[in-house]
Design a protein around this ligand. Structure first.
Ligand code: 1PR
Length: 563
């Protein structure tokens, strides 16, 4: 029955469907693309992934004439699996796009998370706890979603879980995030949908996908009757884990080979007496695959050579992503050179939003923007000072967030300490009193942003950068630190704490990790959402699992590889 079934992908052109295609292939199945309304009739099963804004998804479905055929397909009782926005559009509408109605298959609306007491987007690995337990559960082949596993969420909007009314017939699992409980998966008839991304949730996610593709998930009507109890919200406990991210700085060495390298305070070359070539720590795809298997929650590639002398389409990082995403099923971030790019022959300029689109189509889930974000922040404050509206849609951050969702935009900060004897020597910049005095005993410092891989200091401090970028639509901050980079002396906790206090979007601590204690120190001192390291993983000094075991011993929730 499985072999004959025609599995189709409903792709409306916004998100990273390559990972889903790779996951289906990894499970040993083939999948076709729906290219016309007629394909809905031929489909035995449809997977409908959604990334990006609700309104963009609905408009794209309508523009392709897919909205009505999709409704008819669902009404026919054939199996559909929605993912993330692909689940949200099944509802009546969303706060994200008030004037764009949803398909209205399920009652209720999608709401913005309350960001007063927690970082938004909800980004990371959380649990999904089943909220219905009908007497005939055994009879039903239920989707393989287990409460003791972790699934990857990345969204700012969600369907609140109430356990009341018609929700009782379709709510399948609930997830707590801070003070809110949401519908993390729904299941009614043969419609199954997840707010989390199974194609990005490692082995646990692949099991969910497999159950949809290989089983006939028909929720029995009786189960619906005995469905979700309203007490579930109170019982649902938050299990969001702190993400451990492996970072691969990638550049061409003097022979032109693409290697993983690692700076020591951003200097990536061996000492002259060791040949002076670019430090070569391995091949990007091999190392990334090793980290995935070791339990990394995310992988970040930073391309620290901008390949100016070749057309953008030939950039080696596109091929690295295509290969990596074939066997790595956790989120992939790509940074370095995400800006407007001109081909060497001058024939084509690639706007940053198209550069990002190429990376997403090659398998990335997020792009990280360094230098261009500093320029965008400086432009933001200049417009504020001149009394102009600071958000005019002209920056890459705004355009990528608008088309692909803010969770796809990471701002990578390359700051360095500037010590001053007193705050009024900081030319108006945000100053902290530091416990680590400067070379001349200075008690204060401010954090200066740099561009071009740390080679040029700007008259912009980290607070100005991160507050402007969050306002422009960035979904996350990757907070490096030049002074700590590659030193194995621990994170700059003062920098992380100060930045975490300035924004409500997730912050990743980066630079300096040398021992497992460094990870727990920065999480316990600042509540940072994720911790990133490079050198200690590349040099095999500390395995990722040892970091996770240490965090778990300290009571910091982590996703253990098997789950
Ligand atoms: O400016 O948008 O083209 O982006 C350039 C990107 O490349 C930025 O994200 C910038 O941080 C990065 N980059 C540029 N030059 C270097 C360099 O090292 N010469 N990498 C570089 C900066 C920061 C992290 C590092 C952590 C953890 N490295 O990548 O891995 O600091 O290191 P550790 O755990 O070994 O201490 P654009």
């Amino acid at each position: 029955q499985q072999q004959q079934q025609k599995l189709f992908l409903l792709d409306y052109g916004a998100g990273n469907v390559r990972s889903l295609l790779n996951a289906v292939e990894q499970l040993g199945h083939t999948i076709e693309h729906i290219s016309s309304a007629a394909d809905f009739d031929a489909a035995d099963k449809i997977i409908f992934p959604g990334v990006g804004a609700f309104g963009y998804a609905m408009a794209a479905l309508r523009a392709r004439g897919f909205a009505e055929p999709l409704r008819a397909y669902i009404a026919s009782g054939r199996p559909l699996m929605g993912i993330c926005v692909g689940m949200q559009v099944l509802f009546e509408g969303s706060d994200e796009s008030p004037d764009e109605p949803g398909l209205g298959v399920f009652e209720g609306r999608v709401r913005l998370f309350d960001c007063a007491a927690k970082a938004v987007p909800h980004m990371g690995w959380n649990s999904a706890q089943t909220v219905w337990s009908p007497a005939d559960a055994a009879a039903a082949q239920a989707p393989d979603v287990a409460a003791d596993r972790r699934y990857y969420f990345v969204h700012s909007y969600a369907v609140p879980y109430t356990g009341q009314g018609r929700q009782r017939a379709f709510a399948h699992t609930a997830t707590r995030y801070g003070d809110e409980v949401i519908v993390s998966s729904l299941w009614q008839g043969r419609v199954f949908a997840t707010q989390f991304h199974p194609e990005k949730s490692g082995a646990a996610g692949l099991a969910v996908l497999r159950s949809f593709i290989e089983c006939d998930l028909a929720r029995p009507a009786a189960a619906a009757a005995a469905a979700a109890d309203a007490a579930a919200p109170a019982r649902t406990r938050e299990q969001l884990t702190t993400r451990v991210i492996a970072c691969l700085d990638v550049r061409a060495n003097d022979q032109g080979d693409l290697v993983v390298t690692k700076g020591d305070q951003y200097d990536v070359r061996e000492k002259p007496d060791q040949g002076g070539d670019v430090r070569n720590l391995g091949k990007p795809v091999d190392l990334a695959r090793r980290y995935y298997e070791e339990g990394a929650d995310e992988i970040a590639f930073l391309n620290i050579t901008s390949f100016r002398n070749m057309p953008f389409r030939d950039t080696p990082m596109l091929e690295v992503l295509r290969q990596a995403s074939r066997s790595i099923f956790v989120p992939l971030t790509i940074g370095g050179g995400v800006r407007d790019v001109e081909d060497p022959d001058g024939q084509r300029v690639w706007p940053a939003v198209d550069v990002a689109g190429e990376y997403f189509r090659s398998g990335a889930d997020k792009v990280s923007i360094g230098s261009d974000a500093v320029y965008a922040a400086e432009r933001y404050w200049q417009r504020v000072a001149a009394g102009h509206p600071p958000l005019d849609g002209a920056t890459a951050i705004e355009q990528i967030a608008q088309r692909y969702g803010r969770q796809a935009v990471v701002v990578s900060v390359d700051p360095r300490r500037v010590y001053v004897r007193s705050p009024d020597e900081a030319a108006g910049h945000h100053v902290i009193k530091t416990a680590f005095p400067g070379p001349a005993g200075e008690q204060f410092c401010w954090y200066q942003c740099t561009v071009k891989g740390g080679r040029e200091g700007r008259d912009t401090d980290v607070r100005q950068l991160v507050t402007a970028c969050a306002a422009l639509g960035a979904g996350e901050i990757l907070l490096n630190c030049m002074d700590k980079d590659g030193t194995n002396s621990g994170y700059d906790i003062e920098l992380v704490a100060d930045t975490k206090a300035a924004v409500s979007i997730p912050v990743i601590a980066s630079s300096g990790a040398g021992r497992p204690e460094h990870f727990s120190d920065v999480v316990e001192s600042t509540g940072v959402d994720a911790v990133l390291a490079a050198g200690i993983f590349h040099r095999r000094e500390v395995p990722i699992q040892a970091v996770k075991d240490h965090l778990a011993q300290r009571g910091v929730p982590t996703r253990l590889a098997a789950t």
